[in-house]
Design a protein around this ligand. Sequence first.
Ligand SMILES: Nc1nc2c(ncn2[C@@H]2O[C@H](COP(=O)(O)OP(=O)(O)OP(=O)(O)O)[C@@H](O)[C@H]2O)c(=O)[nH]1
Ligand SMILES: [Mg+2]
Length: 493
Amino acid sequence: MNPKGNIYELYKINVNEHPIIKETYKTRYNYFLILYLAINMYQKMKKEEEKFLKLYKDKLGITEQDYKEIIEFYKLKDHQKINEKLKRLRKYKFEIKWLSLKIKNYKYILLADVIYFNLMSDSIQVRDLFISMIKRGLKIKEEDYIKILRFLKNIAQNNLKKAKIEFEENLSSWRFELLTYFYKKVINDLEEIKKEIKRIPIVATMSAGKSTLINALVGIDLLPTKNQVCTSKIMEITHNPNLDYFVAYAERKDGEKLSIPLLNQKIIQKWNQDNDIEFIYLEGDVKILDASNKKIKLIDTPGVNSFKYQEHSKLTEEVLRRKDFENLVYVLNATQLTTTDDQSFLNKVVDIYKKRNINPNDIIFVLNKLDKFDLEAGEDIEETIKEAKDHLDNCGIKKAKIIPISAYAAFLFSKSLIEQSLSKKESLDFSFFYSIFAKEEYNLNAYFEQKSIKNNQIKSDGEINVAGNRFSKKNIFSRIDKTGILNLKNIIN
Ligand SMILES: Nc1nc2c(ncn2[C@@H]2O[C@H](COP(=O)(O)OP(=O)(O)OP(=O)(O)O)[C@@H](O)[C@H]2O)c(=O)[nH]1
Ligand SMILES: [Mg+2]
């Protein structure tokens, strides 16, 4: 098996549900120590692995002091001492719960975790040495090892049905009970597959703010954005509320698959510029969307009017021709309305809708960048919305739904709410947006005709720190509301 192959499926495991999290600190410490060794023992750790290990470190609550101790322990490479630790982990733990005695053993799940890290790596042979050592230290029979390995390989290769059968037939004994942590993922994913998929492409001319809009919905720097031609691939973002981090996957033209366990902006940017990559796939919790019964996929597309990169418009048009989307979000750049480029693309979209016998009035129009309007200087949001309406009317869309939005402001507010640090420019922009969105005339909600029926209130107590100043979460949340993004959320949901 090519270990890097379809490993993407394995990355989607939710560490939050790992049974070790509920254990005593001492057991968590010993467990983490073995994982650390498994990754480092015979080769230098890669950046991605380091990030993944850090995720485990955080979830298991390993202190900095103890982490340093683990590194020192590792440097000794003392097999005798490692064996002692393994001995402790192979002991059965007894838990008395209301008249029943529960027996737990971490050795199988620890082995599974080590295999799991090992499958993610591309240097299998080296780590096989460590696996042998663990098998011996934990006293695991070869036949049990093979069963666990087969089960995990099936997940890695996306053979979920096979993985399910494998587990039910061979790993259902009480001894393997903790392995249900991996099994639950299989069951979850099989159920996800059955769900109705709702694909929503986001389309527009260059720099209208498509990628920023998606980042605002996600609340993190997921997709690359800039003031020049930026997105150059189709990027599919699947909403998966079971994940607490984003995983990414790309397909090259030669069929090779690349994947990363934790979102890394730089890698996404590299993939975006790589001519050999056709398609980028991201999956994680799109925070602003509900964990609804429909599986929502947002599809970021390249701008359609680049003269230099004419292949970009072909990619986007292909998405529209595939006809497998339920509806689409069309972003209008309020600072550049009624350009001929926009007009000709809009005509194409309307044509596609008419050919499919669907009503172009269903298209969700977003009028973006309204924060750029200088209302004191007489620039007028209401007039611009009217202008946009006339523009759409001319293209045969008589009753267009137009959602006035500032995607960038929404993005910065959301990003600060989850306490991610802002760059210098972002901090300045944040302060500016914080002050203008305090004013009622910038309340973009007020310009939206279809007043929201849903309740957009989110409990948000407490304060956060942005660029050295304290802000109440409540005030930031009320500004997110004013950027209009929640109206889009309600329509998509
Ligand atoms: N002021 C302001 N700037 C915005 C807004 N939305 C996007 N921008 C900025 O506009 C630029 C282009 O945004 P992108 O999200 O990259 O636009 P895009 O439509 O994805 O562009 P392409 O991928 O090149 O087609 C970036 O510098 C964004 O920060 C907004 O609502 N207000
Ligand atoms: Mg883009």
